[in-house]
Write a protein that binds this ligand. Sequence first.
Ligand code: SF4
Length: 344
Amino acid sequence: MPERTDTAVADPRTPPSIEAAEALLARPLLELVFEAATIHRQHHDPRAIQCSQLLSVKTGGCPEDCKYCSQSARYDTPTGRSPLAEVDEVLDAARQAQANGADRFCMGAAWRQVKDGAEFDAVVEMVRRVKDLGLETCVTLGMLQDHQAARLAEAGLDFYNHNLDTGRSHYGNVIGTRTYDDRLATLERVRAAGIHVCSGGILGLGEGPRARAELLAELAGLDPQPESLPINQLVHVAGTPLAEEQALPWTEVVRMIAAARVLMPRTVIRLSAGRTEMDEATQALCFLAGANSIFVGDELLTTPNPSPSGDAALLARLGLEPLRRPDRTCSTAAATDAHDPSDG
Ligand code: SF4
């Protein structure tokens, strides 16, 4: 059974220039995939897939203006609002995720930033108790201060997710209420507290190849590089300003995964939101190109995800195995169910 591979990353190489990342993205696709697959095999068990499950612990009503997000209070979207979940409720969901084969439980709150007080105290307690279950822990709570990062670290937080979203030149077209440098400062605080960094981006926000190269160069230039890097595709949600944005061709998603793998050999790369729109062959190519993590479970915060039975069947068909489950696959019980190819 595969061993854990996402240990701290300390790539001593010179950070890539934007031009170098751009040139990588422009390479013939299969040559790029071949190089990425070769590098992937040097640093990771190619059969191992890390499985995370994500729960929204506080949904909607966010004051930020991220133009892709159904949780922004500025847009009229189908996503409702709910207050911070009870700790016991979150624990039940974490136990269920663990039973389904997840090794990491991620909790997301639609906040601009962490504020000290009862709600943050409750999130710290969630982290502590989820960790006690034997799961890895991850939260995404917006911007945070040094002392808040320290409290989360003390509670046992393994990862903090805070995406850069897109390249610096395109960022202002997507988000106006916080800057790129705000995001980088948050990542620095996370790193300084000794928490692993989970940071990636979203494809299909109307950006061009140059902005995608900027994103890759920025992430690969972090020192150390992120331990975890989600690559999301935009999920088009009615009511958001980007609802009608054209989806990227699948080839660009594969290119991003492959280029990320070449530039960040030891990082665990998560094929994240948007998998419901990908067919199995495209996902397989992403795994070949270096993606070695997925979210499992029917929902990602507020958007759909392939069914656990579909994912279990897909992994089985590809000969892949969850990273840390010697006794079961991602939802073994469901793996024998008939798979509907339409759920990804
Ligand atoms: S992406 Fe996060 S910060 Fe931006 S609007 Fe949505 S919940 Fe708020």
